[in-house]
Ligand binder design. Sequence first.
Ligand SMILES: O=C(O)CCC(=O)C(=O)O
Length: 285
Amino acid sequence: MHINQKQALPLSPEQMDQWENDGYLLLKDVVPESAINGVRDSFARMVDGIIRELKADGIIEDEGADLPFETRFAQVAGEHANRFGRSWRNQVATPEIFALHHAPHLVDAIGQLTGSDVVGHPVFNARPKLPGQQLTVVPWHQDSGYFGTVSETSLIPTAWIPLIPVDETNGCLQVVAGSHRLGVVNHHTEDREGKFLEVIDELIENARVVTCPMEVGDALVFHNLTLHRSLPHTTSKDIRWAIDIRYLRDGDHPGTIYWQDPDFKWVIRSETQPITPVTQWLEMW
Ligand SMILES: O=C(O)CCC(=O)C(=O)O
């Protein structure tokens, strides 16, 4: 169900049913502008560092300092962008990313979906998808494909948050409604450039594929077993900037990709456990 106005909370019974039945929810306008701007600033600083590195290495001359965030990385780094990888995490583990995980309406929704205290998960990805770039086209997969079968009975909801409006022409997401009921399916490494994990095409044939255009401020929340992919970016000069962040139902197995100190718990909302301060979170990276 796509709701066309600001998300009212708590989630409605229809939304809870949709989550149960389809394994995803598109939440409208749950991320405040201040949180989006913080994430943009954080990514812009990363781009600035990359561009300074390219300049220092003599690879580019013009740093494009006046170019907007939406295009600068693509216009200046161009064909050299790929060397900085398909997604960024540790390099952008900043107070702004911490703050995004705390966005109050998003946290409300996650708390309602998990039915537990709200606990953060360390897997997040900054995803610059450049126009025409193959490296960042993510094929059909479940996040549990990466987390392993130990996560099969866990709930590790992802919130996928675009920094520009997205649709099927510039790399929005698609999900397979109901696929969270499949359990963890087999994944293999794709033979395209990104070398992402993917599932066999047969799983998608005759499946209920839903394309998810979104505005800035929206969050697409999906289950760790929900099959999803991102489409190629085929139009416009603007980079499809997005970030995917994750939460963990308190007490569940977090999967095989977790904090180096497995005793660390990132408590975001609780009435009984101490809330993790940003200083402690920053020390974990
Ligand atoms: O942002 C993308 O292009 C892909 C996102 C994704 O696959 C994920 O969040 O798990």
